[in-house]
Design a protein around this ligand. Sequence first.
Ligand code: ATP
Length: 293
Amino acid sequence: MKRTLILQAPAKINIALWVKEKRPDGFHEIASVMQTITLTDSITLQEIREDGIFVECDDPRVPLGPDNLVHKAARLFLERFKLPSALLIRIQKRIPIAAGLAGGSTDAAAVLKGLMRMYAKGISSSDLTSLSQSIGSDVPFVLRGGCALATGRGEILAFHEPPNPPFTVVIAVPKGISVSTQWCYQNYSPGDNKEKEARFGAVISAFRRRDLSALREYAFNDLESVTLEHHPEVAVIKKTLESEGKGFVLMSGSGPSVFGLFDDKKTAIQAASRLSPDKVDVFLEHTTRSSGL
Ligand code: ATP
């Protein structure tokens, strides 16, 4: 019988992102505190009769061929285990595209987890890490999710207990803008690493003890200056969410999405209500303990 499996793939936010020097392999060395949230894409895996890996998506902006990270994940997995490729992958997009929320990476992580389940394949965690790394830098993190300190190019992970109780998270994405991660890194020039090291070191414990004022003082995203310079509407969103006064607000990844962490839903809704709904897509979410995959 042909099998079908449905998984929910979570977005991530970067509580802090420190971009260091460029490495010989072309990637930048980074340090980031990453956290999964309740905003998800829905991924359906379906065994089919026809040979091949087929991708469908409800958003026409998403590529359907080998460029889609779910295609790459499925191909690598099926090759690795010498399994027949006769698979349909349906993506229902909720995570904004090219917004700094790791949408493509999390879809790929869901495919790896789904295929492991579908074919009952035991795969060691080091094997899974190397397979997931070859798909994208954020894939190893979203496979497990929760909260982690990511170093290297984002694939060296130290997992931590996520904040408890969870933070309420407002995600605000300006309409009509997408930012290429590659473009953002290319336009970034590293600054004074000494000062950043001291600030970054304080972030993870501030986040876990839910200290929003310490986060406002120490946490930063090095890519913010690049994206904000080209897209001033992102700066407007930041200011608007900050004007409520009680949250911690930062751009996620290469943007243009901005997130706000709030202690409770009421404050989050108050802050989000200041954003203009015809210019900004807004999501009300919270931090999660794991990816749920
Ligand atoms: P990150 O935060 O990991 O840098 P992002 O959230 O900024 O990523 P994505 O949503 O992953 O960006 O999309 C970046 C590009 O990747 C898209 O413009 C699209 O062409 C391509 N892409 C490949 N697979 C997917 C997918 N499953 N969903 C969305 N985009 C995809």
